[in-house]
Design a protein around this ligand. Structure first.
Ligand SMILES: [Zn+2]
Length: 479
C-alpha cells in the first residue's frame, strides 16, 4: 500500500512540475522577438497575399521579403541561380550554418477576398491557395529572431534565410541546390501551411514532370490522308499505352496527364500533338523505373503512328527524407508553445467555409498532437523541399492556416491566408522554428544525431536532380 501511495505522489509531482515547460532564456527571447515583429510580419504576409504573383514572376513579393531582411541587418544576395526572384539573406559567421526556407508564389486563377464565401479579389487573377505568403514571412520572422540572438552574442554561427521561388512549377530550390547554395548547411528548416499543427514525420511523393511531343505530316483528311502521318494518332497510342501500364505498377504510383495540343480541325491530318504528364510515387527509385517504361511507350507510340516522338523533362521532386531526431526537437518546442486558440469570430469564419464547401463543420484545429509514426506511403503531393532533404537534414513543420474539409489549392485557403486564422499559423511557425534553431545552435550533439540519421536514411542513393541543363525557364518579361 505504501508503495502505491509513494508511486502516486511521484506521479502527481512529476506531472505538476513537467506540465508548464519553461523555455530557456534564448527561446524566451525568440518568442519575444516574434511578438515584437508580429505586426510587421503579418503586414509582409498580407502584401505578398495581395500581390499573388505566380511562379518565377514573384518580383514584388521577393523584393518585399528581401528588403525587410536587409532592413533587419541581413546580408542579402538577390537574383540567384538565374532567377530574379531567388535570394538569400544571411547573418553571422562561421559554423554551425542553419538554413530556413521561405516560399512566396501563388496559384493562377484562384483570386479570393479574405471572406468565407467565394468571391474573387481580382477576377481571373492568382491567389495564395497554398498559403505561401504565410510561409515566406513566417520563416523570415524565425530568421530575424535568431539573428537578434547572434547579434547579442548569445548564439554563435550563421543563420541563412532562403527565398525560394516557383515551388508550384519548376521548383526554384532545385536550381539553387544545383548551384551549391545549400552545400554548406548543417541543418535546414521549413514549414508549410496546413489544416493541423505537427512536427512533420511524413514524407511526400517523388515525381517527374515532363512533356511528350509527336511530330507527323499534315495532309487533307479526305483528299489524300494516305500521305499524312497523324501526330494525334501517336498521342492516342501513347496515352493508351500509359493506361495499360496502370495495371502493372505498384498501387502507390500515380500517373496523370493533360493534352496540350491535339490538332486544330478534323479535316487536316494533325502535324503536331503534345501531352503534359507527371509520374509520382512514394520513392524516387520507383519513379525512375516507371518513367523508364513511359519513355519506351512514347517510342513505341511513335512507331505505331509513323511519327517522331520526343520526351522532355521539365522538372521533378524527390520524396522528403524524414528526420525523426529533428522532428522530435521541433515537437518539444511546439509543446512548450501549446495550441493555437481561436476567437468566436474565427471559428464562425471556418465553419462558414466548411458549410459553403459541404464539409463537416468542425471549425479550426489548433491542437498539438503527439509525434506521429512515419507512414510507408505519404499522402498525395510533391514539393521541392524533398530535393533539399537529400542534400542536408531537413526539419519540417506544418501549421494550421485553414480549416479541415476544405479544398487545398482553392479559394478557401486563399481566404484564410489573408486574415487572422492564417496569421496565427504564421506566428506559431516563426516561434517554433526559431526555438528549434536555438536548439540547433546550442546543442552540438543534437546536430550530430540529426546528421547521423540523415546519413543512415540516405544510404548509398546518389542525388540527381530531375531538371534539364541550363537556366530555370524564367519568362522573358521578368527582370
Ligand atoms: Zn505549397
Amino acid at each position: 500500500m505504501k508503495f502505491v501511495i509513494v508511486f502516486f505522489f511521484v506521479a502527481i509531482t512529476t506531472s505538476l512540475f513537467s506540465q508548464p515547460k519553461k523555455p530557456n532564456p534564448n527561446k524566451e527571447a525568440i518568442i519575444k522577438s516574434v511578438e515584437k515583429h508580429q505586426q510587421e510580419l503579418i503586414t509582409l504576409s498580407d502584401k505578398v497575399w495581395a500581390y499573388a504573383e505566380t511562379a518565377l514572376r514573384e518580383t514584388k513579393s521577393a523584393k518585399e521579403l528581401a528588403d525587410y531582411a536587409e532592413a533587419q541587418g541581413f546580408i542579402v544576395k538577390r537574383n540567384l541561380s538565374g532567377m530574379p526572384t531567388a535570394f538569400t539573406a544571411e547573418y553571422g559567421s562561421g559554423k554551425p550554418i542553419i538554413g530556413i526556407m521561405g516560399e512566396f508564389d501563388a496559384l493562377p486563377g484562384i483570386s479570393q477576398k479574405a471572406q468565407p464565401t467565394k468571391e474573387p479579389l481580382n477576377v481571373g487573377a492568382a491567389g495564395h491557395g497554398c498559403g505561401h505568403n504565410l510561409f515566406g514571412a513566417g520563416s523570415l520572422g524565425a530568421a530575424v529572431a535568431v539573428k537578434e540572438l547572434i547579434q547579442q552574442g548569445k548564439l554563435k554561427g550563421t543563420i541563412r534565410f532562403y527565398g525560394t521561388p516557383a515551388e508550384e512549377s519548376v521548383g526554384g530550390k532545385i536550381y539553387m541546390a544545383r548551384d551549391g547554395l545549400f552545400a554548406d548547411l548543417d541543418v535546414c528548416l521549413d514549414w508549410h501551411p496546413d489544416t493541423e499543427i505537427a512536427a512533420s514525420t511524413q514524407s511526400s511523393q517523388a515525381m517527374v514532370d515532363f512533356i511528350v511531343e509527336f511530330k507527323g505530316k499534315a495532309a487533307h483528311a479526305a483528299g489524300d490522308p494516305w500521305n499524312g502521318r497523324s501526330a494525334v494518332d501517336g498521342l492516342e497510342a501513347f496515352t493508351h499505352g500509359v493506361n495499360l501500364l496502370r495495371e502493372h505498377v505498384r498501387p502507390s504510383v500515380r500517373m496523370h496527364y493533360a493534352i496540350k495540343a491535339g490538332g486544330d480541325v478534323p479535316n487536316v491530318v494533325p502535324e503536331y500533338a503534345k501531352v503534359w504528364m507527371w509520374v509520382r510515387d512514394s520513392k524516387r527509385t520507383i519513379v525512375d523505373e516507371v518513367f523508364g517504361r513511359v519513355k519506351e511507350i512514347a517510342k513505341g507510340a511513335g512507331v505505331i503512328a509513323g511519327v517522331e516522338s520526343k520526351v522532355t523533362v521539365l522538372s521533378g521532386d524527390y520524396e522528403i527524407l524524414v528526420n525523426k531526431k529533428g522532428a522530435e526537437a521541433l515537437q518539444k518546442n511546439l509543446e512548450i508553445l501549446g495550441p493555437i486558440t481561436y476567437t468566436e469570430d474565427e471559428i464562425a469564419f471556418a465553419k462558414k467555409i466548411q458549410e459553403v464547401q459541404g464539409g463537416e463543420q468542425t471549425g479550426r484545429d489548433g491542437k498539438i498532437y503527439p509525434l506521429k509514426e512515419t507512414k510507408e506511403h505519404p499522402e498525395g503531393g510533391s514539393t521541392d523541399v524533398g530535393d533539399i532533404s537529400w542534400l542536408v537534414p531537413e526539419i519540417t513543420l506544418i501549421a494550421t492556416t485553414a480549416p479541415k474539409n476544405t479544398a487545398w489549392h482553392g479559394w478557401s485557403v486563399v481566404a484564410c491566408g489573408g486574415m487572422s486564422i492564417g496569421h496565427k499559423g504564421l506566428v506559431i511557425a516563426s516561434k517554433s522554428l526559431g526555438m528549434t534553431m536555438v536548439d540547433l545552435f546550442e546543442n552540438e550533439q543534437l546536430r550530430k544525431d540529426i546528421r547521423a540519421e540523415f546519413d543512415q536514411r540516405k544510404g548509398k542513393q546518389v542525388y540527381k536532380a530531375y531538371i534539364p541543363d541550363g537556366p530555370a525557364p524564367v519568362p522573358n518579361d521578368v527582370k
